[in-house]
Design a protein. Structure first.
Length: 304
């Protein structure tokens, strides 16, 4: 018969190990704040994806409607790290309007209750865009600061910006590492994709891109690959000019299937789905015709 003290010690170790393992498995979440495109769509906000780990949210792009989605995720889905005043990290893939129109809204929402400014990393043009945001809200901030509101930090609406002319840079925040890499978004340069590594997950976010060898390199073996896509059937219905543009700037569904076969992600998440005249679900069907792994068609507020 086992010594009672040894048995207790063994059970305690197993219990602690089990609790730790369960904690690690549950820690990292990917929240789709917006899965849309420049095409107006009542059901899909502009592109925005959040990686949440250990009570911190790392947000990638901030398209129109993304802040509203973040509030819903915080208040109705229990992802408290996405409440606007708690978000401290924002990364931009490029500065097309559908990816940045909630940039002013994120920083200015309830800014007088912030404990920390938001740090933002992104491509050339970030600083100029930020100064434009400051000009837009100048009257509002003057009114609030000069009222009787007990505002501790009158600069709380401001961003801490980090602008880069090319990829290859890395941000480390505790156990989280974010690596930026260059992607192929037509003539839009620089444009970045991101690889996020936490203790339990590796996530790659493509940004807007056509086939990219660098993305394939960075995405190999990722647990989750969040990738933009354009429907082959929808593309075929466009004019020759638009077909040429999209083929150079975005990833066709059949090509994405090939990318997935090369990278073998644990889960492929389709977002920024340009489908035009074809049903949105057709895009998923086309990817699955090439890739037989785990793939989903993302909707706003999906959590993985």
């Amino acid at each position: 018969m086992m010594n009672p003290m040894k048995l207790f010690s063994r059970l305690a170790c197993v219990g602690l190990f089990g609790m730790a393992a369960a904690s690690v498995q549950a820690e990292t979440q990917v929240v789709m704040l917006g899965t849309g495109t420049p095409v107006p769509d009542a059901d899909h906000s502009g592109p925005a994806t959040a990686v949440v780990y250990n009570g911190q949210a790392y947000v990638f792009d901030i398209g129109p409607g993304a802040v509203r989605s973040a509030i819903i995720a915080a208040q109705k889905k229990g992802v408290e790290a996405l409440y606007p005043t708690k978000i401290k990290h924002l990364f931009l893939t490029h500065l097309h309007s559908d990816h940045i129109l909630d940039y002013p809204e994120l920083a200015s929402t309830y800014w007088w209750r912030r404990s920390d400014k938001i740090s933002v990393w992104g491509p050339t043009g970030l600083n100029e865009m930020t100064q434009g945001y400051y000009a837009m809200v100048k009257r509002d901030t003057d009114l609030r600061v000069n009222s009787r509101s007990p505002i501790k930090d009158p600069t709380g609406y401001q961003y801490l910006t980090h602008e880069y002319a090319q990829g290859g840079w890395t941000v480390k925040d505790g156990d989280v590492t974010i690596e930026a890499f260059d992607i192929e978004h037509g003539k839009i340069t620089p444009a970045f994709g991101y690889r996020i590594t936490t203790p339990d997950k590796t996530i790659v976010i493509s940004g807007d891109t056509s086939y990219s060898e660098k993305l394939v390199e960075m995405a190999k073996g990722a647990d989750i690959l969040v990738h933009e896509v354009i429907c082959d059937e929808g593309l075929a219905g466009l004019s020759e000019g638009w077909q040429a543009y999209h083929s150079a700037a975005h990833t066709r569904s059949s090509v994405l299937g090939r990318i997935a076969n090369e990278t073998k992600p644990g889960l492929l998440v389709l977002t920024h789905v340009l489908h035009y005249g074809a049903p949105r679900e057709k895009t998923l069907e086309e990817v699955k015709a090439v890739f037989n792994g785990n793939v989903v068609l993302a909707e706003d507020l999906d959590i993985y």
